[in-house]
Ligand binder design. Structure first.
Ligand SMILES: [Ca+2]
Ligand SMILES: [Ca+2]
Length: 166
């Protein structure tokens, strides 16, 4: 238990130093609303992996990760997350990213994936986007070396805008 706590503290410390969903700019909701209008204005712009990378990292940058109280696991919708000033935990940030890509009419398939995440011995939520070369995973709460944990994780369930898989 102590080892897990120390590991968590170390990871949080590294994450604080590297940014990543733990630091939220001032007026994040206002900035996001302004940015999404600009993206919508440029709707005709070509879609590619780089554009999706930019949008997802912007969404993560505007979000603030906040752990839920013990015993609470509330999954915010996209609009709820906006009303909550872009604050929530992994599944809330995931719904926010998925909603943003939906509103912008991203042509690539987008899925939320619930993982059995070994590092915390608990569940975690990521986003996957299917490009012509295959699926690419995006951690909703990026951490250094998190690709190792994601690759070691089992997918519990995944879903898109209409279907549930697994
Ligand atoms: Ca939760
Ligand atoms: Ca939540």
């Amino acid at each position: 238990m102590m080892v897990i706590m120390n590991k968590k503290l170390l990871i949080c410390g590294i994450a604080l130093l590297t940014g990543c969903a733990f630091y939220q700019p001032n007026n994040a909701k206002f900035k996001y609303n302004k940015q999404i209008k600009e993206w919508q204005y440029r709707q005709q712009q070509e879609w590619n992996e780089k554009r999706v990378d930019t949008i997802i990292s912007y969404c993560i940058k505007m979000s603030r990760y906040r752990l839920e109280p013990k015993g609470v696991d509330h999954w915010q919708t996209y609009y709820e997350f906006l009303d909550n000033n872009l604050i929530g935990d992994c599944e809330d940030i995931g719904a926010f990213i998925k909603g943003t890509l939906y509103i912008l009419k991203c042509p690539f398939p987008v899925r939320m994936k619930a993982l059995d995440y070994p590092i915390y011995s608990e569940d975690h939520m990521i986003i996957s986007v299917k490009f012509p070369h295959g699926w690419k995973d995006y951690n909703t709460v990026p951490m250094p070396l998190d690709f190792i944990d994601i690759s070691l994780s089992d997918v519990i369930v995944e879903w898109d805008y209409t279907n549930i898989y697994n």
